[in-house]
Design a protein around this ligand. Structure first.
Ligand code: DX5
Ligand code: ZN
Length: 218
């Protein structure tokens, strides 16, 4: 299995001091920061866009921005997110009819490409071609749109199904993941863990990051 990475979701952070919050997570051992971009159309909520990503990139040297694009026209934002310093551009399978062209566009801009599936999307919709062309597959374990929701157990078998078909691929889980649900994700084969409230609301975020990383590694 590829190596374990913890990617705290800044959606649960204090947006008023976003750069400082990202630094705090990196000091606590987070290798990636999960940036939830919402457009008010693919999902009802609006969060941040390329101008904010650019500020964070400038203010936090060495940051790896894992950009989760909950947007309706993912093709439209590739250039701007790349210019803002995005390292990984993860679009939703449900939002595009031509994933292969989009993956090519993302790679041409020098970013890693990810494809996300929402809870009601079967994992078999990720074809052999697409699953091998991306750098990461994201299995949502809540409905995209907001943080702090309850983990949806029935999404876990999709992780196992994808791990069986793509043994060397990065498989990320996102939504309601914390110390009590990370085991199920890791056992199913996920190696990249997104967690928002479980990390940011913890008294000891570093302890939570390290604990989850151990769970995924072992
Ligand atoms: C949901 C977002 C998630 C969310 C995770 O739409 O994609 O990244 O912020 O937050 P928690 O861990 O609190 O569920
Ligand atoms: Zn997310």
């Amino acid at each position: 299995m590829p190596r374990a990475i913890i990617s705290p979701s800044v959606l649960a952070s204090d947006f008023g001091k976003l750069s400082a919050e990202c630094k705090r997570m990196m000091d606590g051992g987070a290798e990636w920061l999960h940036m939830d971009v919402m457009d008010g159309h693919f999902v009802p909520n609006i969060t941040m866009g390329p101008p904010i990503l650019a500020c964070v990139h400038k203010g936090v040297p060495g940051i790896f921005m894992d950009c989760h694009m909950m947007v309706s026209d993912p093709e439209k934002w590739v250039d701007d997110v790349a210019a803002a310093g995005g390292a990984l551009y993860c679009f939703h399978h449900e939002a595009t009819n031509n994933p292969m062209a989009l993956i090519k566009q993302i790679h041409e801009k020098g970013m890693k490409a990810g494809i996300a599936i929402s809870p009601d999307t079967p994992s078999l919709e990720i074809t052999h071609e697409v699953g091998n062309a991306v750098d990461m597959i994201l299995v949502m374990t809540v409905y995209p749109g907001r943080g702090g929701q309850k983990f949806i157990e029935r999404c876990v078998p999709k992780v196992a199904e994808l791990r069986a078909r793509f043994p060397h691929q990065n498989i990320e889980v996102d939504g309601g993941v914390g110390p009590s649900t990370v085991d199920a994700c890791a056992n199913a084969g996920s190696n990249i863990i997104v967690a928002g409230t479980a990390i940011f609301n913890a008294e000891d975020p570093e302890g939570v990051i390290q604990g989850m990383k151990m769970t995924v590694t072992n």
